[in-house]
Design a protein around this ligand. Structure first.
Ligand SMILES: [Zn+2]
Length: 459
């Protein structure tokens, strides 16, 4: 008898698991194939995804939440933000709540799971939506305390306060963005609506293979596939995943990069044949810059006489991010005479790179610290002996400067031979995903045209 019950509950448990899995699969496969985010801004469907946590779904306004939970009606919703050195109590006092209501609101939050912790970790600048209590209307607040969670507090008709955490609905969306390069890759990609961290990722990825200064021409084009997480209430991107695919077409010469996770789950990039796109040192550790002075003899702009220039100068606006040209260890970071603010990285036994005249150095870039290729280490400036904002970049081989443009750089690791079949299948999967995304852009365009035609017919 006992065993039968156990079997029965195991059976039920299995059914629930299968259902959950089915829901998850449906949710995943309903990821919209969208086009660029900016174009898509008005057309993102407000879908109701399934919450896998026990939290219920948030609402965009307190008014809507009150309707959902059946609280005391509110009429006038206002907004403020949490100021520096403010607690929730002092903020509520500032926006006109009396002590009695404040105490009840704080108590209501204390009663929810993790409530005490929430009250002590509210971030400065957090948006507080609120409605002041009166005889006829309810007091209520909404704290947007993390990117994904809201805390609501509201009154019932007996003027008791209740609080609960709600999960803001989000959606993962695959996106393809295509663009033509007008001036620089950075500017053109930004114009196409690529989120900034995805853009920086793309630049540092391409920087392994492309000399942005010499190889990119006006009219060259790029395409990129990435996944973003969207807050459906605010319609903003709250997170992006590592780039799935980037392609760059340089005067007909196509470079493809496919993301293929390694055994640690970290993104690694290879071309269609499984060759690594990583080089030990990037040729151009900066983007959007103009090579203003090459390697070799030149008349020194400040000293006046001819002097050997043992590096490359990239002219760029002050504040432009400078990347670590390769994985390595920081050997020097700080002021270095006429070099001004200066960073030197030791990459291998043979190679080092140096970056001079910086306006700033990233806080955790200190001597002995390990850095990864493509990570921002500092910013372009004009410190030391310099006539204007530029990056002075040196590559050192056995502690002697060499011309970065002339050195042959050893490549990174390729896809292991016994994984190559799996890799090729993976590439095919990404390419069919790309076709599907392109089709959805086409369909979207047709639908938009038809709609526009209908609207103009009506007019
Ligand atoms: Zn220089």
């Amino acid at each position: 008898m006992k065993k039968a019950i156990n079997n029965n509950s195991l059976h039920k448990f299995l059914i629930v698991m299968v259902l959950l899995f089915a829901c998850f699969t449906i949710f995943n496969s309903s990821i919209a194939f969208s086009k660029s985010y900016l174009d898509n801004q008005q057309s993102i469907p407000i879908k109701r995804p399934i919450n896998f946590l026990s939290l219920e779904e948030s609402a965009d306004t307190i008014f809507n939440m009150i309707q959902k939970v059946g609280g005391k009606l509110i009429v006038n919703e206002k907004r403020t933000t949490l100021k520096k050195n403010e607690t929730l109590s002092s903020a509520l006092k500032r926006i006109g709540f009396d002590n009695n209501n404040i105490n009840k609101i704080i108590q209501a939050i204390r009663n929810i799971y993790n409530g005490k912790k929430i009250l002590t970790t509210l971030p400065i600048g957090m948006i507080i939506d609120y409605s002041n209590p009166s005889k006829l209307t309810g007091g209520a607040i909404k704290l947007s305390y993390t990117k994904t969670n809201d805390v609501f507090v509201w009154q019932d008709i007996n003027n008791n306060y209740f609080s609960q955490i709600y999960l803001r609905p989000t959606k993962l969306e695959n996106t393809i963005v295509k663009g033509k390069i007008q001036s620089s890759l950075y500017v053109s990609a930004l114009k196409e609506g690529i989120p900034e961290n995805t853009l920086l990722e793309m630049i540092s990825l391409l920087g392994f293979s492309v000399d942005f200064q010499r190889e990119i021409r006006k009219g060259d084009n790029f395409e990129i596939i990435f996944t973003k997480k969207i807050d459906l209430l605010k319609n903003v991107i709250i997170e992006t995943k590592p780039i799935t695919y980037v392609s760059l077409n340089l005067s007909g010469n196509k470079l493809n990069f496919f993301n293929y996770e390694d055994k640690y789950g970290l993104p690694q990039y290879y071309d269609e044949n499984g060759r690594s796109t990583k080089r030990t040192i990037m040729k151009t550790p900066i983007n959007g810059a103009r090579l203003s002075s090459g390697y070799g003899n030149r008349k020194h702009p400040i000293l006046g006489y001819t002097k050997m220039h043992r590096g490359l100068d990239f002219a760029a606006p002050s504040g432009t991010p400078v990347f670590a040209a390769g994985d390595g260890v920081i050997e020097k970071a700080g002021w270095n005479g006429s070099y001004g603010r200066y960073i030197r990285i030791r990459h291998t036994g043979t190679y080092k790179t140096a970056y001079a005249h910086l306006s700033g150095i990233i806080k955790n870039i200190r001597v002995g610290k390990r850095v990864l290729q493509g990570k921002t280490i500092g910013f372009v400036g004009s410190s030391g002996r310099s006539t204007g904002p530029h990056l002075h970049y040196e590559v050192l081989r056995n502690n002697k400067q060499v011309n970065p443009m002339n050195i042959k750089l050893p490549a990174g690791k390729n896809v292991p031979k016994n994984n190559i079949l799996d890799y090729k299948r993976h590439v095919q999967k990404i390419l069919s995903q790309k076709t599907a995304l392109e089709k959805s852009i086409q369909n979207h365009k047709i639908a938009t045209n038809e709609l526009n035609n209908k609207v103009s017919e009506l007019n």
